[in-house]
Design a protein around this ligand. Structure first.
Ligand code: EPU
Length: 465
């Protein structure tokens, strides 16, 4: 696929109403849950994003039939999955190397076949992101871990009745739900489970398929496996996209209504908006109105597991902090590689001090200027779009394939609200403009961040990173 860029002309106030799409992080595990039954499953509100298509490619490889009618703005997407002919084949590197959510196939394959094998999944480089929590969880369940340096490999059925996850890992919790609930008669209590809205949504769907789950939305889940049957489910809306649009309204001085927002999903984020000085109100159920025009105040934001401030909105909040009066503090508690976007913001004129890989100061307000910037991952890419929307002049955002892994029809949605944003395919060779190059001094900081993120000892050479 040719590399695609976004060309954005900034400082146009966004006005009007936007409806958030189905959640990527809910749709992917629900799609994997469909593999637990030999009956047909129908999922509504599935977003038309690259990650959904990557997972469908793997389904085809494994023999699961599917048909996807993508949404068109007026109608949400609908996906039918029929996994009666599912086969158990090892998943090769090319299927999983850019797609971490492929790890969610371990649970269904173990439940259906008693063994699962795949190359190590890749995905956004946000830090070390080991899959230890998954392997630990499956081993505690009673599975044999036969993984090597090249492949993740597990064998066995659910034997244990009580396990404690090593941390509140979202996808490890989802994998456990899939492995246990797809195993007839299994009964397992899981402690330290993640409680994110997408984990809850998977539980709701699994219940519709016939599973019994107690404690949904808490960190202690009691699971009763069963022979699961076909069901229909509407994937929950994407609170991360809602947060993105809320900040787009704030940063462009616009007046936005965002439809499809579940209040319970965004408490911490909305509290942070209040601390930032933003005026927001629930106009009706699930309709959030963001009014701007009030000066923003510096604030402190610390990411945490749900219901804390979501790490996936940390970069978007970092952009808003560049426009706030005073010194804002950002603590990224979950990942050690999620501040790379701050270097891109610096290129645009932001004043940033990265204290370590988990803590940064943002001193504002600083006007942002259009530059060529890159998307480091899905959420950092979305943050670049926010920065471009409030920057003077034209911004070119590269590597938008990351953004398109997670946001449905973003350019179209933004244009409808009044933004000037074009998707474009660049000329093959581009010589970078002088101001787009990261100065040598800043490059050292990039290496330093990467060194910390990858656990490489101080003094190692740049090529070790
Ligand atoms: N972690 C902690 N403490 C905790 C929980 C997690 O330090 O209490 C660390 C872990 O060590 C891990 C990292 O945080 O390295 C991520 O945790 P988790 O295992 O929950 O991440 P994940 O399951 O791989 C999912 C989402 C991510 C999201 C994280 C955190 C999906 C497919 N992915 O990843 O989403 O950032 O949870 O909420 O659901 C995205 O959508 O852009 C994305 C990266």
């Amino acid at each position: 696929m040719p590399e695609t860029h976004y060309r954005v002309e900034g400082i146009l106030p966004l006005r009007g109403e936007v409806t958030v799409s189905g959640s990527k992080n809910a749709a992917l595990p629900c799609m994997c849950a469909a593999l637990l039954t030999t009956e047909q499953v129908t999922l509504h509100n599935v977003p038309d994003i690259a990650d959904v298509h990557s997972l469908l490619e793997i389904f085809t490889y494994l023999g699961a039939e599917h048909s996807f009618a993508a949404g068109d703005g007026a109608r949400p997407g609908m996906l039918r999955i029929d996994a009666r002919n599912l086969q158990n084949k090892p998943l090769p590197h090319e299927f999983v190397c850019t797609f971490r959510a492929a790890i969610l196939l371990l649970g269904p394959l173990l439940a259906r076949f008693g063994e699962a094998k795949m190359a190590y999944p890749g995905g956004c480089v946000l830090g070390k992101r080991p899959i230890d929590a998954h392997l630990d969880a499956f081993t505690q369940l009673g599975c044999e871990n036969l993984s090597t340096e090249e492949t993740v490999s597990l064998r066995g059925r659910v034997q244990q009745t009580e396990i404690v996850l090593p941390e509140f890992s979202v996808t490890a919790t989802e994998n456990l739900l899939l492995a246990v609930l797809g195993s007839d008669h299994a009964e397992v209590t899981v402690h330290l489970a993640a409680a994110e809205p997408h984990v809850q949504d998977l539980c709701i769907f699994l219940r519709a398929m016939g599973a019994e789950i107690a404690g949904v939305g808490t960190h202690d889940l009691v699971l009763h496996g069963a022979r699961l049957h076909g069901a229909a489910h509407t994937v929950t809306t994407d609170y991360l996209e809602a947060g993105f649009f809320a900040l787009a309204g704030v940063l462009t001085g616009g007046d936005l209504r965002i439809r499809g927002v579940r209040p319970a999903h965004l408490h911490s984020f909305l509290n942070a908006l209040t601390r930032l000085g933003v005026l927001w109100v629930w106009e009706s159920e699930e309709l959030l109105r963001i009014q701007s025009g009030v000066p923003l105040k510096a604030c402190t934001v610390k990411t945490n597991v749900f219901p804390g401030f979501p790490t996936d909105l940390q970069a978007a909040m970092g952009v808003a902090m560049t426009q706030a009066h005073g010194v804002s503090r950002l603590f990224e508690r979950l990942f050690e590689g999620r501040f790379g976007y701050l270097f891109e913001l610096e290129k645009m004129g932001a004043h940033v001090e990265i204290l370590n890989s988990h803590e940064a100061l943002i001193i504002g307000p600083t006007p942002l200027r259009g530059r060529t910037v890159t998307s480091n991952d899905i959420r950092a890419g979305a943050a670049m779009v926010l920065a471009a929307l409030c920057a003077r002049g034209e911004t070119l955002i590269t590597d938008v394939q990351y953004i398109e892994r997670g946001y449905e029809r973003l350019p179209e949605k933004l244009r409808k609200l009044g933004a000037s944003l074009e998707r474009c395919i660049p000329a093959p060779v581009e010589s970078p403009r002088a101001h787009d190059q990261i100065p040598r001094s800043r490059l050292r900081s990039v290496y330093e961040l990467a060194r910390v993120a990858h656990g490489v000892p101080r003094g190692a050479s740049e090529k070790d990173l």
